[in-house]
Design a protein around this ligand. Structure first.
Ligand SMILES: Nc1ncnc2c1ncn2[C@@H]1O[C@H](COP(=O)(O)OP(=O)(O)OP(=O)(O)O)[C@@H](O)[C@H]1O
Ligand SMILES: [Mg+2]
Length: 305
């Protein structure tokens, strides 16, 4: 097992003669919730598709849990903005469908029905546990047309996590939801993060490693423990967008007040470094995550001495 849930090495992507992404390097630890922000068209979805394995990068390598990504695989899950569920399946069936495809087959159903139905029972149990996890215990038997947009997004999140991927990609997952729904789902992610902390404390591998694209800077800093910014506004911007911002951000607990004034400074720094086209800087000026993490670890170690 690798130390990193996700590792991106020297990734570049070109469409025709247009270089979208230039030399992206990124390492994500298990249990991190990383927000990705950047101007529209800078290549955020292109990067996610490369990680998912559906659209390989022109150059570079992507590893999940130390294994090279060579196509869509079980290590990576994704939830889009308008994620489509199967209309003819209940929430419970939608969530367990991936396991059905993965762990059962038609011959098994007819040749070993007892084993097949035992397996399916297990899948439904797991499905209910994950629906509970996303706050939908009461909606297991509901069909998509009986659920709100926010509920459907939750089902999609449960569907992704039930496969126990090493990392889940969220591409503007809450973009189409109203404010209250959006807040609810943000709190769901904060709850996942708390579970990660408990797992780490108990020496287990944290379950929820997430890379989330969002255009909402408050959401990015509020939900994530680390935020990266993709942008062409750096000195070699003609070569494509680079990671021009990578810093830790404050961690909120689910029951903390949503006090965005706590990180006004970081939000303005992020806005300037990533979105201000008149502010051209070296691509590494705001890429300080690992250094800051090291300092943090040092200071904790010195307190303990
Ligand atoms: N299949 C494709 N063929 C050619 N160009 C493409 C293709 N897909 C994306 N592009 C271009 O690559 C660039 C990055 O697109 P991408 O969708 O990754 O941006 P994004 O950061 O996700 O934008 P948004 O915030 O609007 O979702 C854009 O200029 C887009 O026009
Ligand atoms: Mg996009």
């Amino acid at each position: 097992m690798s130390e990193f849930a996700l590792e991106i090495k020297s990734l570049s992507h070109v469409f025709g003669s247009y270089r979208v992404l230039d030399n992206i390097n990124l390492q994500v630890l298990p249990g991190q919730i990383v927000a990705v922000v950047g101007p529209s068209g800078c290549g955020k979805s292109t990067l996610l598709k490369a990680i998912l394995g559906t659209h390989p990068p022109t150059q570079g390598e992507i590893l999940t849990d130390g294994m090279p990504v060579r196509g869509p695989n079980r290590n990576v899950g994704i939830v889009y903005q308008n994620y489509a569920l199967y209309d003819f399946m209940t929430a419970e069936k939608n969530v367990s469908f991936g396991l059905k495809l993965d762990e059962t087959s038609l011959p098994m159903r007819f040749l070993g029905p007892r084993k097949y139905f035992a397996k399916r029972r297990q899948h439904f149990e797991k499905s209910r546990a994950f629906l509970h996890q996303v706050g939908l215990s009461d909606a297991c038997g509901k069909y998509p047309n009986e659920m709100s947009g926010g509920m459907k997004q939750r089902v999609a999140v449960a569907q992704a996590f039930i496969m126990r991927p090493k990392i889940v990609l969220l591409d503007e997952p809450f973009g189409a939801l109203d404010e209250a729904m959006r807040e609810d789902l943000q709190i769901m992610l904060l709850r996942f993060y708390q579970e990660n902390l408990i797992a780490k404390r108990e020496g287990r591998r944290p379950e929820y490693t997430i890379l989330m694209v969002t255009h909402e800077l408050n959401e990015a800093i509020y939900v994530a423990d680390r935020v990266i910014g993709l942008s062409r506004f750096h000195t070699q911007g003609e070569n494509g967008a680079a990671i021009v911002y990578d810093r830790p951000c404050p961690v909120f607990r689910p029951d903390d007040p949503r006090d965005f004034s706590k990180f006004v400074e970081q939000r303005e720094e992020l806005r300037k470094a990533v979105f201000d086209e008149t502010f051209i800087k070296d691509r590494n000026d705001y890429v300080t995550f690992w250094r800051e993490l090291g300092n943090l670890a040092d200071s904790v170690a010195s307190i303990k001495k």
